[in-house]
Design a protein around this ligand. Sequence first.
Ligand code: NDP
Length: 247
Amino acid sequence: MHTYDAPSNALENKVILVTGAGDGIGRVAAINYAKHGATVILLGKTTSKLEAVYDEIVAAGYPQPAIVPLDLKGATKQHYRDLAATIEQQFGKLDGLLNNASILGTMGPLEHFCVSTFENVMKVNVTGQAMITRFLFPLLRKAPKASIIFTSSGVGRQGREFWGAYAISKFATEGMMQTWAAEVGKTDIRVNCINPGATRTSMRATAFPGEDADRLKTAEDLMPTYLYLMSDDSADVNGQSIDAQPK
Ligand code: NDP
């Protein structure tokens, strides 16, 4: 799938919601999904960033997207219910959900973790993804072959020192994906994880400030995997945690 060459109409007639669509990998995924025919719902914290992505998609002549400014940290059940009602009204179904938004929190020894930072990381990276998936699930059921993608990390598979709440949240993400995947196993919905690997974004620059970012893969380099898992070509893939970068 690292070499997947998506046909230009691979996502035609699909409605795909991307969290964290204003920046980094989510931004590039949203633009690529639109480029391949999807109507993309751009969800994120900073409205101006979402508007810039919206403009880019419209200027390129791709299907007109929608914008949903929402802070996953403070979002309540009612926010997600309202979101589901709006999508139902406008589109009647949801074909794809890319759970991409995350925060790094503060790196450091668990012995000294800051409780409020820990709680915020869990709210955005775990509770937010769990709630949006739960409340949008009825709409995903209405699509013929829906795909849910969670975003994992190497530190969510093997514990590594000083990655703190972020690493714990990514282990939870892997568990959330596996639990969903087991439950949807006999339906037309599939649930998988992508581990992007080291990618040139502002989150990576925060975690590795001294690194030469030019040596990293870009979000664009990861897109074959992001497109593959959203397209019907992956209809039989469920419960997998997939590296977006070749070994
Ligand atoms: P960025 O920090 O570049 O982008 C994160 C996005 O999430 C931004 O659009 C941001 O919006 C949004 N976001 C953050 N907090 C919230 C919130 N409370 N509510 C709504 N949206 C929010 O991260 P990356 O693109 O690097 O990471 C994307 C995913 O990939 C994450 O899940 C990350 O853990 C994972 N990952 C990344 C790796 C890398 O090397 N880059 C490696 C492994 C995993 P805003 O800009 O408005 O704050």
